[in-house]
Design a protein around this ligand. Structure first.
Ligand code: IMP
Length: 425
């Protein structure tokens, strides 16, 4: 298992940070391939909490090189802040971090436009993280985006920024009626980001080619989750990138054959932040209990997460689109104390029962869950790290998920700390 992908199997916030950190031990490379600072990966080591938004979680392991791939969108302001925070906690950041020169830059106007776009959508708001993700990927697709390497070239940057500001300021001032941006201010800022980040900006495709060719162990770190994928998720309530497996190839410049095993991270129940359909959502006491016990508040925005039971229809779909071999089940301890645990095994849509995940989002909006009830366990699984100490109902629950998804269980997480992990395989 030398080249492993870790991918969110739900709507993000599955606990990928902890799983990546756990698996990163001894890995030569940890590489992120999609998304930007909309992610918030939390890792707790000996009581110290590290929250990573852009930098791969592998930065917390000595001897690991971290790569931010071309498929990412990078906000230099937030990256510099994150570097400073990690350094203040004693984390070394130097030649162990590489940022793709072709990753796109999130500019301040992207963040502003993210907020303004949300405002005009009114009730149909996506509930984005307001980090400028959608507008930055839109510019990438429109072929006007600014890439990291362009921060290092004064002339190219001037030309690109002048052009972009003409467009953005027209939109911001004349459509939204807000104040636009001054070229001089933004240009100087961008030049100074380039100067600070220069040592990290590299040809990461070439680095990855060398890493793959020389047989290095690689962990591909997913951000967000399958259901937030722009192509395979619950469009339009999705992010603007491909967190699913295909994003690894496009977002790092490695062939699909450079992935040996795919681990889907599955929270033992379901959460979602922002708008959009969520068939198993519990809006009453059960939802509150899951939120309180699970500390379900966004690592990036602090927003309370919507909570509900596990959705196996969506998980089986995630197993297929990502080719999952394994799952890592997180936050099992949050289900302590429930007499019975519900699992959605099918949807009812317009009176028809289906186990197939609808790719027609209009149908998915109407999906109602069909539940199977499984017995809960007595006592607590919190902090257990020995498989034999898990109650048999807890093991049965995890095996039920894995069998239905057609995958093996790699590990189960029973708490936020590194050591609160039960290794199955
Ligand atoms: P954006 O990625 O900020 O454009 O947000 C689009 C949707 O994806 C919103 O519903 C966000 O709440 C959600 N989202 C983006 N990143 C994450 C994440 O890391 N975890 C959970 N949800 C996310």
């Amino acid at each position: 298992m030398s080249r492993i992908a870790v991918i969110g199997a739900q709507w993000g916030d599955e606990g990928k940070g902890k799983v990546v950190d756990f698996l990163a031990e001894g890995m030569d490379v940890v590489a992120r391939y999609s998304g930007g600072p909309n992610a918030g990966h939390t890792v707790i080591i000996n009581g110290t909490k590290y929250i990573l938004h852009l930098i791969p979680s592998g930065i917390l392991r000595k001897g690991t090189t971290c790569v931010m791939g071309n498929g990412m969108v990078v906000d230099p302001e937030s990256l510099l802040e994150e570097m400073e925070q990690l350094r203040s906690l004693g984390v070394y950041i130097g030649e162990n971090l590489l940022i793709s020169e072709s990753a796109h830059v999130i500019m301040p106007y992207h963040k502003k436009l993210d907020a303004l776009n949300e405002r005009v959508k009114g009730k149909k708001q996506i509930g984005t993280t307001l980090r400028g993700i959608g507008p930055a990927y839109s510019d990438k697709a429109s072929r006007i985006g600014i890439r990291m390497c362009e921060l290092l070239d004064r002339d190219v940057l001037r030309e690109k920024l002048e052009f972009n500001l003409k467009l953005k300021n027209t939109l911001i001032e004349h459509f939204f009626g807000e104040r636009g941006y001054s070229f001089d201010e933004l240009y100087e800022k961008a030049i100074s980001w380039g100067e600070e980040l220069k040592p990290f900006i590299k040809n990461t495709t070439s680095f990855m080619k060398e890493a793959v060719s020389s047989g290095k162990s690689i962990l591909y770190e997913g951000a967000q989750g399958t259901m937030l994928d722009i192509d395979h998720g619950t469009y339009p309530y999705v992010t603007s990138s491909n967190p699913t497996i295909g994003g690894i190839s496009t977002g790092l410049g490695v062939p699909p054959t450079a992935v040996d095993q795919v681990v889907g991270v599955v929270k033992a129940y379901t959460t979602r932040v922002g708008g959009g359909p969520f068939p198993t959502e519990e809006t009453g006491a059960i939802g509150d209990e899951l939120r309180n016990k699970g500390g379900e508040y966004g690592a990036t925005t602090g927003r309370p997460r919507r909570c509900g039971w596990l959705d196996l229809v969506a998980l089986k779909y995630a197993a297929w689109v990502n080719g999952l071999n394994y799952i890592a089940v997180t936050k099992l301890d949050v289900l302590d104390g429930f007499d019975t645990i519900k699992v959605c095994v099918a949807y009812e849509i317009d009176g028809e029962i289906t186990e197939e995940f609808p790719t027609n989002h209009v149908s998915f909006m109407k999906a109602k869950p069909v539940y199977k009830e499984l017995p809960g366990w007595s006592g607590s699984v919190k902090g257990i790290s020995d498989r034999n100490k898990l109650p048999k109902e807890a093991v049965n629950y995890v095996n039920f998920i894995a069998e239905n998804m057609g995958v093996k269980v790699l590990l189960v997480s029973t708490g936020a700390e590194r050591r609160e992990t039960v290794v199955f395989e």
